[in-house]
Structures are given as structure tokens and as C-alpha cells.
Design a protein around this ligand. Structure first.
Ligand code: 13P
Ligand code: SF4
Length: 303
């Protein structure tokens, strides 16, 4: 089927089945073009809860669709590419946390939304890259374990002095590998550009950045700035919206390695198949869901 015809079919299914398409900022341009809502993890979690549609096609990775299911159990949540996972989310397990808690009963566990439902269920509160600082500041206890992203955890740890924050050694395989010397090189090539990076980057990159924020915060920062050139230190998918919304500005990807293969697994074809066959439905065991919901709700209340 030709792309145009496929888009027509997708739109037809959307109407017939009362479906909505949510897409993360890292999705390929064709997917963003058929999406009804595009955003970062926090915006998409909120949208999944707020929309009235019975069917949600979630173009992102597994933990995102799972969070939507936790928040909206009565909606049917579909992940078009069933093998689109987040390797960082697999770097901590519920068993790890259960063991940790028996040894550290006074520590509050904060989990990045890039985690499984089971991990959320064993955590006290969730956060995303856009509200992590607010979440940490809202916690009364002094001792905190931050899972699974050591880089986001370290970025926050450097901003709060009154907490003891222990970092789990997880990381994003896409952001963590970017090196400080790549920032230096990009600055040499584009001396009048500002460096905007995601907090999943490691400290040597963060220390050299002008702005650190979630995918949507990076897009808003560049869009609202008077500057015209930006070096972008997050997954290349954000370039689509940056360039569409800012045709007069220039964007340079910080590193050629900034591609998340899992985010690229969703295509127009599997959105079409997803709507047609109502696949692949995300399920979360009710006992786990109720516990995970507490951690997500606590986050949503304060952000
Ligand atoms: P955002 O919450 O900034 O969209 O990030 C999600 C993510 O997976 C970044 O790698
Ligand atoms: Fe996970 Fe990194 Fe891909 Fe985000 S970019 S989904 S953290 S692997």
C-alpha cells in the first residue's frame, strides 16, 4: 500500500474505532505526522489519562504504553511494535528493589518512569526527566535511592544539598555513550550555537551544556529562544519538530550515535496493522497496577 493510502486507512480506523494516536518526540517523522498528540513522557502519560477515546495507539516504547495502561485501565492500549523496549528500564528489577528495601527500610525509592510496572510497584514515587527535581524536593526523608538512570539521578543530586541520594548504575545506551570531547568538537564547528542536552547524558556532557531538559523542554527552549543555532544532545527524533516549528533556525545533532533503535521500530505500516487487528494490547496485572498507580499518581499530583 502507498503511504498516502495507508494514512487514509489509518484515519478511517481512527474514526471507526474511536482511537487516538499518541507519539513520543523520538518517533520517525511519518509517525509524528499521523499522531494526534506528540510529547515527552510526562505529557503523554497525562494525555493518555485525559483523552476520552476507548482505544489508544501508543507510538513509543513499552514502559510508556504500560504507564498509560496503569493510569487508564479501562482503555485499550496498543503498542504497534511489540518488541520496542527500553534497555535502561530492564536494568533494575522488582526483585532488586525488594532486596534493597529489606536492607534499607528508611530509604525512599524514586523511580524514573523508564521502568517496568513491577519496579514502579516497589517504588514510593515516580518521576520523568521534566519533573525529577520537583519530585525529589517534595520528599521529606533524607535518604533516597534513585533508579534506574544514574545520569538523571546524578544531575538532580548535584542540584539538591539536603538529601543523600544513592544512584542505581543504570543508563540509557543511546545518551550515555556521548562523550565530552564530542561537545567540544561540536562547539568548535558551531561556535555561536547553544548546547541543549537531555539529562540522560553523562556528567561530562551535562557540564558542557547551556540547557538541560526533557525532550519537550528542549523543543520549547529552542522555539522560544532568540538564538538561531542549537547543538542538540538527545535522540535525533526531536529534530523533526524542532525543524518544522522553527524553519529559520539551525539544529546540529551533537553525536551521530544519538539514535534509539527501539524508538525507530514503529512505522506507518505497523500503526495500520495495530489499528486493523487491535494489536499489541498491553496488560498489567491488577495487583501490580494498583501499587504502580500510587507511585505515578504521587508524581502527577506534584507536577
Ligand atoms: P522524555 O521524558 O524527555 O521525553 O524522555 C524519554 C526518554 O526515553 C528519553 O530517552
Ligand atoms: Fe530508553 Fe534511551 Fe531509548 Fe529513551 S532513548 S527509550 S532511555 S533506550
Amino acid at each position: 500500500m502507498q503511504p498516502n493510502q495507508m494514512i487514509q486507512e489509518i484515519n478511517k480506523f481512527k474514526k471507526e474505532k474511536d482511537a487516538i494516536i499518541l507519539a513520543h518526540n523520538y518517533q520517525i517523522p511519518e509517525v509524528q505526522q499521523v499522531a494526534d498528540i506528540i510529547g515527552d513522557s510526562l505529557a503523554l502519560s497525562r494525555a493518555a489519562q485525559e483523552v476520552n477515546n476507548k482505544l489508544i495507539v501508543f507510538c513509543g516504547v513499552h514502559f510508556m504504553a504500560e504507564s498509560a495502561k496503569i493510569l487508564s485501565p479501562h482503555k485499550k492500549i496498543l503498542l504497534p511494535a511489540i518488541d520496542a523496549g527500553c534497555p535502561m528500564a530492564d536494568m533494575v528489577t522488582a526483585e532488586d528493589l525488594i532486596e534493597y528495601k529489606t536492607k534499607n527500610p528508611d530509604t525512599t525509592i524514586v523511580c524514573y518512569v523508564n521502568s517496568s510496572a513491577e519496579v514502579k510497584a516497589e517504588s514510593d514515587i515516580c518521576c520523568t526527566s521534566s519533573n525529577a527535581l520537583k519530585v525529589i524536593k517534595s520528599i521529606n526523608s533524607k535518604k533516597i535511592l534513585f533508579v534506574p538512570d544514574q545520569n538523571l539521578g546524578n544531575y538532580i543530586k548535584n542540584k539538591v544539598e539536603d538529601k543523600e541520594i544513592e544512584l542505581w548504575p543504570g543508563f540509557c545506551i543511546t545518551h550515555h555513550r556521548v562523550k565530552g570531547h564530542e561537545v567540544e568538537r561540536a562547539k568548535e564547528l558551531h561556535p555561536d550555537a547553544e548546547v541543549l542536552v537531555h539529562p540522560e547524558c553523562n556528567d561530562e556532557v551535562i557540564q558542557r551544556a547551556d540547557f538541560v531538559g526533557s525532550t519537550s523542554q528542549i523543543i520549547s527552549y529552542a522555539t522560544n529562544s532568540d538564538k538561531t543555532k542549537f547543538i542538540i544532545g538527545t535522540e535525533m527524533g526531536v529534530l523533526h519538530k524542532l525543524e518544522t516549528d522553527n524553519p529559520d533556525k539551525k539544529f546540529y545533532l551533537l553525536s551521530t550515535g544519538l539514535i534509539c533503535n527501539n524508538m525507530k521500530k514503529t512505522t506507518l505500516n505497523n500503526i495500520y496493522e495495530s489499528l486493523k487487528n487491535e494489536q499489541y494490547e498491553i496488560h498489567v496485572e491488577e495487583e501490580i497496577r494498583i501499587k504502580a498507580l500510587k507511585a505515578l499518581d504521587r508524581m502527577l499530583e506534584i507536577s
